[in-house]
Design a protein around this ligand. Structure first.
Ligand code: NAP
Length: 282
């Protein structure tokens, strides 16, 4: 068999640490495979996905903006990915393409690293975009007791909360506008706060007033670059525990690697490769 191939399909796909993580993992396990970036405009997505059926292709990652648009081109979608409404991983199973979402298990594995058990927890989720949908689904699946979803566009938060009620039953899921008043009211009563907005990625702003932070809570910012966002700096100053987005990034990649290869991923090798790539400014 010729060299196996995995692609990252997105538009644009610059600045990704995924090739470094997967190349290191293939090397460590002695798998003859490559992970390459493919910049694919929406008009070419169907053709790019059709090519994943070729025998030497193990599969692909799908990134912004194609996580929803890829779904109609697949033969099968795993239940959780269908519920989340997004795929980030495709496996080529003898010419049949199966879609998965590994952000959700990746997030739960990262929480476990932080020693946090979401069962019965009260959680504030900031954002209602693609990543927030995966995180919300993971938390509901893991039996979080209450979930306050706070988003700039409150309609999106409300519809995400309604989707969770429809799927998981009438547990306490709330969709709210991310106003200062709502954030100060609901966030301080939570054991876990997760930032799934892009706020803090491009400039040093926080999605939360620091007055909402409390000692002892765990604050997770799924942004991994920069590694210490303003939210995390303020959370530390308030006596909270913190985690950035690197553990989730590594674990979502590890879950995808295991799906493609059928082998457990070398997580620490992938983490070291991601850290090295980020340090080099990838
Ligand atoms: P997305 O679907 O575009 O959602 C963006 C979210 O941010 C929405 O809730 C949006 O609110 C909010 N937002 C954007 N600009 C805002 C502003 N100026 N003020 C207030 N809210 C704002 O993006 P995504 O794919 O979910 O990604 C979100 C973040 O997660 C990114 O930083 C991404 O890098 C990170 N991420 C990390 C991992 C990981 O493995 N660590 C995995 C996936 C994503 P509206 O609904 O009001 O527009």
């Amino acid at each position: 068999m010729s060299t196996r191939q995995v692609y990252l399909l997105g538009h644009p796909v610059r600045h990704s640490v995924s090739p470094a993580m997967h190349a290191a993992a293939f090397r460590e396990l002695g798998i003859d495979a490559r992970y390459d970036l493919r910049d694919v405009p929406l008009d070419d997505l169907g053709l790019a996905i059709a090519r994943l059926r070729e025998p030497n292709v193990l599969g692909a990652n799908i990134t912004v903006p194609h996580k929803q648009a890829a779904m109609p081109y697949l033969d099968e979608i795993a239940e959780a990915a269908a519920e989340i409404g997004a795929v980030n991983t495709i496996c080529n199973r003898q010419g049949r393409l199966v879609g998965y979402n590994t952000d959700a298990p990746g997030f739960l594995a990262a929480l476990a690293e932080a020693g946090f058990d979401p069962r019965g927890a009260t959680v504030a989720l900031l954002g209602a975009g693609g990543a927030a949908r995966a995180v919300a689904h993971a938390l509901a699946e893991a039996d979080a007791a209450e979930l306050f979803i706070l988003n700039r566009t409150s309609d999106r938060a409300v519809s995400l909360a309604q989707a969770l009620v429809a799927r998981f039953g009438a547990r306490a899921y709330w969709g709210l506008p991310a106003t200062r008043q709502q954030l100060e009211e609901w966030v301080p009563r939570c054991a876990l706060v997760v930032n799934c907005t892009t706020l803090g990625m491009h400039e040093p702003v926080s999605p939360l007033p620091s007055s909402a932070l409390r000692p002892g809570m765990l604050v997770v910012d799924i942004i991994y670059n920069p590694p210490r966002t303003r939210l995390l700096a303020e959370a530390e100053a308030a006596g909270a525990r913190t985690q950035n987005g690197l553990p989730m990034l590594v674990h979502q990649a590890a879950a995808a690697f295991a799906l493609w290869t059928g082998q457990p991923a070398p997580v620490e090798t992938m983490r070291a490769a991601a850290q090295a790539a980020l340090a080099q400014g990838v």
